[in-house]
Design a protein around this ligand. Structure first.
Ligand code: SF4
Length: 352
């Protein structure tokens, strides 16, 4: 394994390290130091509609982060001490036409690690090459099937060949230009594609540094219906410990709200608005200290964190209803199930 100084840690290694290398006692407090890692939701829109993902069912208004706000936050978070910045949470980063500009701004601001996750369909050479030139350190393609037919069933778009072409071009471009960009592919394993993991791995390994496959989950409880219908594994055990996210990572929604989690499609965990404040001052405001105290006490019933982390059966409500889009979970679940049934009952009866 290469050293962290070289910036060549794999995505899996970064995930394992990010929470614990400072020692739990250093950050499990109501007012922790400004986090090393920031993630910005440039847009909550997505051009794909994956069966395991809540995005296609999102009721929140789709938008793009104001470019002036994004530029300001990139600089402020770096000033506050952030070293890593990711340009995605619930949506597709290439939806934002200024993605390459933000990547370059982050590079100039001095971030050590600039990363993103994309479905890859919009990462055509004319869009992707400026992003690479801008200084991105890691791009992960989310490709959740190993064939054109199953890809269309899972992603809802017949773009498997397009995505592969974009991946191959990005790989070729970084080699030709000598760019130190980590390329990865991740795959969510669902029943229809359970026997395609190895074929996808073999298909993409000539072009990428890392292939990551993981089982379909419930997206912090929002997609429990999809997990039951699509998962190949057993239900994940509930956690006894404290979730590190609210203490170690800052998530910023496209509206400019500071959020506890990257998988929060309806802003149920939006804690506070950034407004005119420096992001350093917002990180430990009263609302953040309050929700972190609840995490430390295990007092999370009625929140999405309680549903996710502790398996609370009580219905989740937004922390700040004025910043969120409230949904009817029963209606939401019916819509999720209907889409899965419709897609997987095609004439080919894909994967079943
Ligand atoms: S406990 Fe909350 S912050 Fe942590 S992963 Fe779950 S929803 Fe996200």
């Amino acid at each position: 394994m290469e050293g962290e100084e070289t910036g060549r840690l794999s995505i899996r290694e970064r995930r394992q390290r990010q929470y614990w290398d400072a020692g739990p006692q250093d950050f499990l407090v109501e007012a922790p130091p400004f986090p090393r890692k920031v993630m910005m939701e440039l847009s909550n829109g997505c051009n794909h509609a994956c069966l395991f993902c809540a995005n296609p069912h999102m009721r929140r208004r789709v938008g793009r982060m104001d470019p002036g706000l994004a530029s300001r936050l990139i600089v402020e978070a770096r000033e506050a001490g952030a070293e890593e910045i990711g340009f995605y949470t619930t949506g597709e980063p290439f939806i934002h036409k200024d993605l390459a500009r933000f990547t370059a701004e982050a590079s100039r601001a001095g971030y050590r690690y600039i990363f993103m996750n994309t479905n890859g369909a919009l990462a055509t050479p004319d869009r992707a090459r400026p992003v690479l030139d801008g200084g991105v350190n890691s791009v992960k393609f989310s490709i959740n099937a190993g064939s054109r037919a199953t890809y269309e069933a899972i992603h809802g778009r017949d773009e498997f060949d397009l995505v592969m072409a974009n991946l191959e071009d990005m790989s070729r471009y970084r080699r030709e230009k000598g760019l130190d960009v980590w390329l990865a592919v991740s795959m969510v394993i669902t029943q229809p594609v359970a026997n395609e993991v190895e074929s996808l791995r073999q298909r993409v390994l000539p072009f990428v540094d890392e292939f990551i496959a993981f089982e379909c989950g419930s997206q912090v409880g929002q997609m429990d219906v999809a997990e039951r219908m699509l998962s190949v594994g057993r239900e994940a055990p509930r956690n006894q410990s404290i979730c590190s996210q609210p203490f170690t990572v800052l998530y910023i929604t496209q509206e400019g709200h500071l959020d506890l989690c990257c998988i929060d499609y309806h802003n149920y965990l939006a804690v506070t608005e950034i407004g005119e404040r420096h992001v350093r001052d917002a990180w430990n405001d009263a609302a953040f200290r309050d929700i972190r105290a609840r995490h430390l006490r295990g007092d999370l019933a009625g929140t999405l964190c309680g549903t996710c982390w502790q398996g609370c059966s009580q219905r989740a409500e937004p922390l700040r209803p004025d910043l969120a889009t409230s949904i009817n979970k029963e209606d939401f679940d019916r819509q999720v199930a209907a889409l899965i049934d419709a897609r997987l009952s095609s004439p080919a009866d894909i994967g079943r």
